[in-house]
Design a protein around this ligand. Structure first.
Ligand SMILES: Cc1ncc(COP(=O)(O)O)c(C=O)c1O
Length: 408
């Protein structure tokens, strides 16, 4: 099923790089595991010497918090995405929360998102006082299914916005989702926390909706340690978000202490911005390395009874995760066990859809409404695809997967 689209343009010369994944930041080592097999980690954050130099400059400058370093990172990130504005935040969750506040979400407003995502996508809606509502995902892309979005919208009138997630680095079907939003006058907030640099026909994520949010957690395609970013073309949203992350201050920077709204301190530090600026320079190389590994796996896993990731025509996947799908849960768990024995890190993103999380017990609708999200949660497994994988490591991953199927 894999159809990685190699006529998509290349962004830059491949360059070695970073890693990604939610539950835990896996500091990778070239260590030999106890049984002698080299271990292949799922993530390998790569913060280079130039980041260290730039952080040293910031430390020596004494300007450690908000200031020119953060402003520069914002304008460079906005330019990279092709957005008019960017607002740097303390992490991806605070970016989503601040963006929803800037979009005017109020107590009880329903916002429709994917049940098959990291919990932060829906948590941010609740933090803003809203009510997460879910629609099912497409079984091949794992992103919101526009037909199911229409079904849900036909049944309720309280939805004020859509929050699609570009899961694993693949953009959601933004043309269809934006059309639905236009018809019903809904806002669109992209959760691009896993998709820095991904595109649909030349347009980067971060430019399709009213606003978009990114995470710079260490496992992501680029990192600042912890950090986040909101992008938008709307002047009003940029201004409101910038104010919200700074206690509702009337203006940013060293202006007065007039606070026009309630807000938070969700600001990014200059230290994080310094790291981010160097990571952004390396992002095209990081993404290219991820895509090369994805192509390597696509080719070598295509004859096995599993599904490799889909890249719809015109889409450019950035493989935050390389996620395969097995026939059923037992098969997925058996493959994960084989990989663990072979010291290959593999991980399940996500084994519990959000509507079945204990924290969502009182607000979620029945699990049976999202059969595709349920099935995906049982059958997906992500293989290491971070940009620092060596040729030997990629081969070990492929060999381990093949050995699993040939021994069963
Ligand atoms: C899809 C998605 N949304 C939101 C977030 C939240 O980002 P952060 O961990 O930086 O708060 C993440 C990060 O893990 C994510 O993967």
């Amino acid at each position: 099923m894999s159809n990685t689209n190699f006529d998509a343009e290349t962004e830059a010369e491949p360059e070695p790089t970073t890693g990604d994944a939610e539950p835990a930041e896996t500091a990778e080592v070239d260590a030999e595991a106890s049984d002698g097999l080299p271990s292949v980690s799922i993530a390998d954050p790569d913060v280079s010497a130039d980041a260290i130099d730039r952080v040293r400059d910031v430390l020596e400058s004494g300007a450690l918090a908000d200031g020119p370093e953060v402003r520069n990172f914002e304008s460079e990130f906005a330019a990279y995405c092709g957005a008019d504005h960017a607002v740097a935040t303390s992490n991806g969750t605070t970016a989503l929360h601040a963006a929803l506040e800037a979009l005017g979400v109020e107590e009880g407003d329903a916002v429709l998102t994917s049940p098959f995502s990291f919990v932060a996508s829906a948590n941010a809606i609740r933090l803003a006082g809203g009510k997460p509502v879910f629609a099912d995902v497409d079984p091949e892309t794992y992103t919101l299914d526009p037909d199911d979005v229409r079904r849900v919208l036909s049944e309720r009138s309280d939805v004020v916005g859509l929050l699609p997630v570009h899961l694993y680095g693949l953009p959601a079907d933004m043309p269809a989702l934006c059309e639905i939003a236009d018809e019903r006058d809904l806002f669109v907030l992209e959760d691009a926390c896993q998709a820095h640099g991904a595109r649909i026909t030349g347009d980067r994520v971060g430019t399709f909706g009213d606003a978009a949010c990114f995470s710079f957690y260490p496992t992501k395609n680029m990192t600042t340690g912890e950090g986040g970013m909101i992008t938008t073309d709307r002047d009003d949203l940029a201004e409101r978000a910038q104010s919200y992350i700074n206690h509702g201050r009337a203006e940013t920077g060293t202006g007065g202490y007039e606070h026009v709204d309630l807000g938070h301190n969700y600001r990014m530090t200059a230290i994080a911005a310094a790291i981010g600026r160097t990571q952004l320079e390396r992002l095209p190389g990081f993404n290219e390395a991820r895509r090369e590994t994805a192509a390597f796996y696509d080719e070598r896993l295509s004859d096995l009874p599993l599904e490799t990731p889909t890249e719809p025509r015109g889409y450019r996947h950035v493989y935050h995760q390389y996620t395969v799908r097995t026939a059923d849960e037992a098969e997925r768990d058996a493959l994960a066990a084989t990989l663990e024995e072979r010291n290959v890190d593999a991980a399940v993103y996500y084994d519990t859809p959000i509507h079945r999380q204990p924290a969502y017990e009182t607000i979620s609708t029945a699990a049976a409404e999202f059969p595709e999200a349920e099935a995906a949660a049982d059958e997906v497994l992500s293989l290491p695809v971070h940009p620092n994988l060596t040729e030997d490591e990629r081969r070990s991953v492929v060999e381990a997967v093949h050995d699993h199927y040939h021994s069963t």
